[in-house]
Ligand binder design. Structure first.
Ligand SMILES: C[S@@+](CC[C@H](N)C(=O)[O-])C[C@H]1O[C@@H](n2cnc3c(N)ncnc32)[C@H](O)[C@@H]1O
Length: 266
């Protein structure tokens, strides 16, 4: 069966950049901590998969210095192609088809990328093959099974939960694993990696917070897909957007599981 295109492919350039930058603002500090724990340092060779708007790519570039290298891969490089850094190589490619040298990277990182790939297990195996023995892999993926409205009017909470069901159904219809995050630790073990840490970050967020506004942006971009599931109406999505601005309305929009591991030296 033909693969679905990346779910945000038809998003408007400005709103997609805004959404990617919102993700960076909310999650980069947690990502920095997880990557720093690997010991990333000068001269490392790193692969950033699904670089998005490029903040982690730029940050890695500043750490590995001129003796190091960052390869940044994305299906859509429109937000990073004008960033020119001597130690960064930008590749417009699908990670599933990309041919890179095996055993050549000290560190591979991806955040919110494998969720978009139905054959994520073989993609992850391919990424592991690119790691040097003893190299590090840091993967952060969402777990939408954690999503639920917590506080707000009864009607608003019900509308939010209907939109959550529409999100699950949209993902499922595209063969995206909506709770991939919680499956990562066992998958890493199955693929022979040596686990170093597992973080499960499930923020309880109120309206107007970074997470709430970023999820509102996603809902507006994916509105037609959510309505097409039959689980949520246009009115539900309008309520979801109001809820995401209401400081007295609380929800877990989703959790993020971050897993760090090393490739075993055989
Ligand atoms: C939700 S965004 C996350 C961006 C960035 N990793 C971050 O967390 O700030 C997902 C990114 O992965 C890219 N992507 C999705 N599928 C991909 C694939 N098969 N190969 C390469 N990049 C992919 C998208 O183009 C997008 O830039």
């Amino acid at each position: 069966m033909a693969e679905h295109p990346y779910i945000f492919t038809n998003s408007q350039e400005v709103s997609e950049l805004e959404r990617l930058q919102a993700i960076e603002q909310i999650f980069d500090s947690a990502t920095h901590k997880q990557i720093q724990a690997t010991g990333i340092s000068q001269n490392w060779c790193c692969l950033e998969v699904g670089a998005g708007a490029g903040s982690i790519m730029r940050w890695m570039s500043s750490i590995v210095g001129e003796g190091g290298k960052v390869v940044a891969v994305d299906l859509d490089t429109r937000f990073i192609e004008n960033i020119h850094l001597a130690n960064v190589e930008i590749l417009k490619a699908d990670i599933r088809q990309l041919q890179l040298e095996e055993n050549s990277f000290d560190l591979i990182h991806a955040r919110y990328v494998l969720i978009h790939i139905s054959d994520y297990e073989s993609t992850l195996s391919k990424m592991i093959a690119l790691l040097k023995p003893g190299g590090w892999i840091v993967i952060e993926e969402p777990d939408f099974s954690a999503a639920r409205a917590i506080a707000g009017s009864e009607a608003a909470c019900q509308a939010v939960n209907r939109v959550n069901r529409a999100i699950f159904k949209t993902f499922k219809s595209r063969k995206m694993d909506y709770d991939l995050g919680i499956k990562l630790p066992a998958l890493f073990q199955k693929l022979g990696l040596e686990l170093q840490s597992v973080e499960n970050n499930s923020p309880l967020s109120n309206g107007s917070s970074g997470v709430a506004r970023m999820m509102k942006m996603s809902a507006l971009q994916l509105l037609e897909k959510y309505i097409a599931t039959g689980e949520a109406t246009q009115k539900d999505i309008e309520q979801y957007c109001l809820f995401a601005e209401d400081q007295t309305a609380w929800a877990i929009y989703y959790a993020t599981v971050g897993v760090t591991a090393q490739k075993v030296i055989s």
